[in-house]
Design a protein around this ligand. Structure first.
Ligand SMILES: [Fe+2]
Ligand SMILES: [Fe+2]
Length: 157
């Protein structure tokens, strides 16, 4: 008897949601530990957060945002807002990395955590649904394959 079990194909939205899940776990950890972290610990955490969050934003910008028709009603406004929030995340993290005072660093960490949670919620509620309505599944699957290749993960065929 064959043990073959058909798997649904992962598309770009599934993969981005997986990264949101991992990043939300990291944000929860940082939010819980933020009150007891000193300046050095906050800066190290900010560097790690910057690495994963910016990698996520870069793939979203280059794969998903570029694939969507910016001239379509509702799309331009959503993309502009999401792109501006990626820049705001980047700005808050560099401000945090340069912070000299502990209260300022703690408050900047709180702001970047809150902004990122709200940003993910809007992407999940608005942008990803829009992408699934507009882009054919085959296109999203091809973009998912490119995302996996860039991340260096292998996927079952
Ligand atoms: Fe994003
Ligand atoms: Fe995202």
């Amino acid at each position: 008897m064959s043990s073959f079990i058909p798997r649904p194909t992962l598309d770009l939205i599934d993969l981005l949601l997986g990264e949101h899940a991992a990043l939300l776990s990291l944000l929860r950890y940082l939010d819980n530990h933020r009150p007891s972290m000193d300046l050095t610990a906050l800066r190290e955490a900010a560097r790690a957060l910057e690495a994963v969050l910016m990698a996520h934003a870069i793939e979203e910008d280059s794969l998903l945002f570029h694939a969507l028709p910016a001239d379509q009603r509702g799309v331009r406004e959503t993309l502009d807002a999401m792109f501006a929030e990626h820049n705001e995340q980047r700005r808050l993290l560099s401000e945090l990395l340069a912070a000299e005072e502990l209260p300022a660093a703690r408050s900047l960490m709180k702001r970047v955590i809150e902004l990122t949670r709200e940003h993910f919620a809007v992407e999940e509620r608005v942008l990803f649904g829009l992408a699934r309505q507009i882009l054919p599944l085959e296109r999203l699957t091809d973009l998912g394959a490119e995302f996996a290749r860039r991340r260096g993960i292998s996927r079952p065929s």
